[in-house]
Design a protein around this ligand. Structure first.
Ligand code: GLN
Length: 305
């Protein structure tokens, strides 16, 4: 039995000796106001045991990590039909890239790059009566925390600079892969990305993917065993954009990053873990978060490969 807290403290200490070359995301101006030296980690085992270290009870912007939650909702509603509008292949390109979209006639490579997440938002707007409210309800239910919310300041901040996402969605609309109004889809997408959680809340939220689709918090089935497997597979191959191979190689777990500096990783049938450190590497993934998880799975040998 591991003394996780001791392992966390030891790895954190040894990483603190290195100069962190990362930079806080500033293309969303509000994210640039975060203290760059924050660091938190939280691990939850599927039996409900919690282990944490550092600023693990401080809220941060989960950004693209939320794409997994919207994907889960849309996959439940659409089943395999979903894959007519979005692929399941790694993109090998940055999260906000336009390059492959024209080539693939407006069909995004996968649901975790911005283009794919925007299509998923379009699906949810078409299918749900009150998309934002129902999304929040869903997230609150699976996390077991009723106060989880959007951050309207982050939404406004991202809207003010959302030119790249506007380009991506306009290109997809021109190919007929967006049903709703562009502004409505962007608004929903920016709200999705603005959700704030602590490391602990996020770790609890993602536990259903470590537990064959059943949330250990509520004992409720969130998705089928097959869908849980497939969402994990997509995270493994696409969760870190053009650094997905690197994360897989070094950490050996399915995971998802966000430009708020958070990373969630899943060890199916064992645990979910969340690391938060706002300084990002050039690929938009947390510099320290990646290094921390690499050391963690190497030291504990708790990874899937
Ligand atoms: N909201 C961010 C964007 O669209 C999400 C990017 C991310 O976290 N990788 O640019």
């Amino acid at each position: 039995m591991f003394k996780y807290k001791e392992v966390f403290t030891r790895i954190n200490k040894s990483l603190a000796e290195h100069n962190n070359p990362g930079k806080v995301a500033s293309y969303i101006p509000e994210l640039g106001n975060v203290d760059p030296d924050k660091f938190g980690v939280h691990l939850t085992k599927i039996n409900g045991e919690d282990f944490s270290c550092g600023d693990s009870n401080e809220k941060f912007s989960i950004q693209s990590i939320a794409k997994v939650l919207s994907l889960t909702m849309a996959y439940k509603l659409e089943n395999e039909k979903l894959w007519k509008r979005v692929g399941v292949e790694p993109s090998g390109t940055p999260f906000n890239s336009l390059v492959l979209l024209e080539h693939n006639k407006g069909i995004p490579r996968n649901p975790l790059i911005n283009a794919g997440a925007l299509v998923i938002c379009d699906v949810l707007i078409s299918r749900l009566e009150n998309p934002k409210e129902e999304l929040l309800e869903f997230v609150r239910e699976i996390s077991g925390f009723n106060h989880i919310d959007f951050n309207p300041i982050v939404v406004a901040s991202e809207k003010s600079m959302g030119f790249r996402n506007a380009a991506v969605i306009n290109l997809m609309k021109s190919f007929g892969n967006i049903e709703n109004k562009i502004d409505d889809v962007l608004d929903f997408y920016f709200n999705l990305c603005s959700i704030e959680m602590t490391c602990k809340e996020l770790s609890h939220t993602f536990l259903y993917l470590a537990n064959d689709g059943v949330s250990p918090n509520t004992k409720k089935r969130i998705v089928s065993v097959s869908k849980s497997k497939r969402i994990n597979a997509i995270m493994q191959l696409c969760g870190f954009y053009d650094e997905a191979g690197e994360f897989s190689f070094k950490v050996g777990l399915p995971g998802k990053s966000g430009v708020g500096g958070g990373i969630v990783a899943i060890h199916p049938n064992h645990y979910s873990i969340v690391v938060w450190s706002p300084k990002l590497n050039p690929k938009g993934n947390s510099w320290k978060g990646m290094k921390f998880l690499e050391r963690f799975t190497t030291e504990t040998e708790l990874s899937i490969f």
